[in-house]
Design a protein. Structure first.
Length: 113
Protein backbone atom coordinates (compact mmCIF):
# COMPACT_ATOMS: atom_id res chain seq x y z
CA UNK A 1 0.00 0.00 0.00
CA UNK A 2 1.11 3.55 -0.74
CA UNK A 3 2.53 4.97 2.51
CA UNK A 4 0.80 8.28 1.75
CA UNK A 5 -2.59 6.71 0.95
CA UNK A 6 -5.51 9.08 1.50
CA UNK A 7 -9.08 8.76 0.31
CA UNK A 8 -12.04 11.06 0.86
CA UNK A 9 -15.62 9.85 0.68
CA UNK A 10 -17.83 12.71 -0.47
CA UNK A 11 -21.22 11.05 -0.14
CA UNK A 12 -23.15 8.42 1.79
CA UNK A 13 -22.44 4.90 0.46
CA UNK A 14 -26.03 3.85 1.25
CA UNK A 15 -28.14 6.66 -0.27
CA UNK A 16 -25.70 9.03 -2.02
CA UNK A 17 -26.62 12.06 0.11
CA UNK A 18 -23.94 14.64 0.88
CA UNK A 19 -25.75 15.98 3.99
CA UNK A 20 -23.63 15.19 7.05
CA UNK A 21 -24.79 15.85 10.60
CA UNK A 22 -21.62 17.05 12.32
CA UNK A 23 -20.23 18.76 9.22
CA UNK A 24 -23.49 20.76 8.92
CA UNK A 25 -23.19 22.01 12.50
CA UNK A 26 -19.57 23.00 11.91
CA UNK A 27 -20.61 24.85 8.74
CA UNK A 28 -23.16 26.88 10.73
CA UNK A 29 -20.32 28.22 12.86
CA UNK A 30 -18.15 28.88 9.79
CA UNK A 31 -21.00 30.86 8.21
CA UNK A 32 -21.17 32.96 11.39
CA UNK A 33 -17.42 33.50 11.27
CA UNK A 34 -16.81 32.14 14.75
CA UNK A 35 -14.58 29.20 13.74
CA UNK A 36 -11.74 28.92 11.25
CA UNK A 37 -12.57 27.79 7.70
CA UNK A 38 -10.11 24.87 7.97
CA UNK A 39 -11.65 23.70 11.26
CA UNK A 40 -13.51 20.39 11.05
CA UNK A 41 -15.81 18.52 13.40
CA UNK A 42 -16.57 14.82 13.12
CA UNK A 43 -18.61 12.17 14.88
CA UNK A 44 -15.29 10.51 15.64
CA UNK A 45 -11.70 10.58 14.53
CA UNK A 46 -9.25 7.80 15.33
CA UNK A 47 -5.51 7.57 14.95
CA UNK A 48 -3.28 4.64 15.74
CA UNK A 49 -0.58 2.28 14.60
CA UNK A 50 -0.75 -1.28 13.35
CA UNK A 51 1.50 -3.15 15.76
CA UNK A 52 1.66 -6.41 17.67
CA UNK A 53 2.09 -5.21 21.27
CA UNK A 54 3.91 -8.46 22.18
CA UNK A 55 6.58 -7.76 19.54
CA UNK A 56 6.75 -3.99 19.98
CA UNK A 57 9.72 -4.15 22.37
CA UNK A 58 11.83 -5.70 19.60
CA UNK A 59 11.44 -2.69 17.32
CA UNK A 60 14.50 -0.46 17.42
CA UNK A 61 14.20 3.30 17.90
CA UNK A 62 13.65 4.88 14.49
CA UNK A 63 11.78 1.89 13.03
CA UNK A 64 8.62 2.68 11.12
CA UNK A 65 5.23 0.97 11.27
CA UNK A 66 1.98 1.69 9.41
CA UNK A 67 -0.20 4.36 11.05
CA UNK A 68 -3.82 5.17 10.28
CA UNK A 69 -6.31 7.99 10.66
CA UNK A 70 -10.00 7.93 9.88
CA UNK A 71 -12.95 10.21 10.59
CA UNK A 72 -16.67 9.43 10.55
CA UNK A 73 -19.92 11.37 10.28
CA UNK A 74 -23.63 10.49 10.10
CA UNK A 75 -25.76 10.79 6.95
CA UNK A 76 -28.65 13.18 7.69
CA UNK A 77 -30.94 11.44 5.20
CA UNK A 78 -30.63 7.75 6.11
CA UNK A 79 -28.62 7.67 9.36
CA UNK A 80 -25.70 5.68 7.96
CA UNK A 81 -22.41 6.20 9.83
CA UNK A 82 -19.57 6.22 7.33
CA UNK A 83 -15.94 7.23 6.87
CA UNK A 84 -15.35 10.76 5.56
CA UNK A 85 -11.73 9.87 4.89
CA UNK A 86 -9.20 7.14 5.53
CA UNK A 87 -5.49 7.81 5.59
CA UNK A 88 -2.32 5.76 5.95
CA UNK A 89 1.07 7.12 6.97
CA UNK A 90 4.15 5.85 8.79
CA UNK A 91 4.84 6.24 12.49
CA UNK A 92 8.41 6.20 13.78
CA UNK A 93 9.23 4.49 17.06
CA UNK A 94 10.73 6.95 19.48
CA UNK A 95 11.63 7.08 23.14
CA UNK A 96 8.48 7.28 25.25
CA UNK A 97 7.95 10.75 26.74
CA UNK A 98 7.97 10.96 30.54
CA UNK A 99 4.41 12.28 30.54
CA UNK A 100 1.71 12.25 27.91
CA UNK A 101 0.58 15.67 26.83
CA UNK A 102 -3.22 15.98 26.59
CA UNK A 103 -4.44 16.04 22.99
CA UNK A 104 -7.39 17.85 21.48
CA UNK A 105 -10.84 16.65 22.54
CA UNK A 106 -12.17 13.65 20.60
CA UNK A 107 -14.01 14.54 17.45
CA UNK A 108 -12.09 17.74 16.80
CA UNK A 109 -9.20 18.16 14.46
CA UNK A 110 -7.62 20.98 12.54
CA UNK A 111 -6.86 19.88 9.01
CA UNK A 112 -4.56 21.73 6.69
CA UNK A 113 -5.75 21.58 3.12
ZN1 LIG B 1 -27.44 8.10 3.53
Amino acid sequence: MDTKFHKDFKSCPACGSTNRFFESMANELKDRGVVRKEWAFYLDIKQGVVMDKVKEQRLIIGSQVPAYTYATDICMDCGCVYAMFIERSNATKSIEPATNMPGPPLGQVIRSS
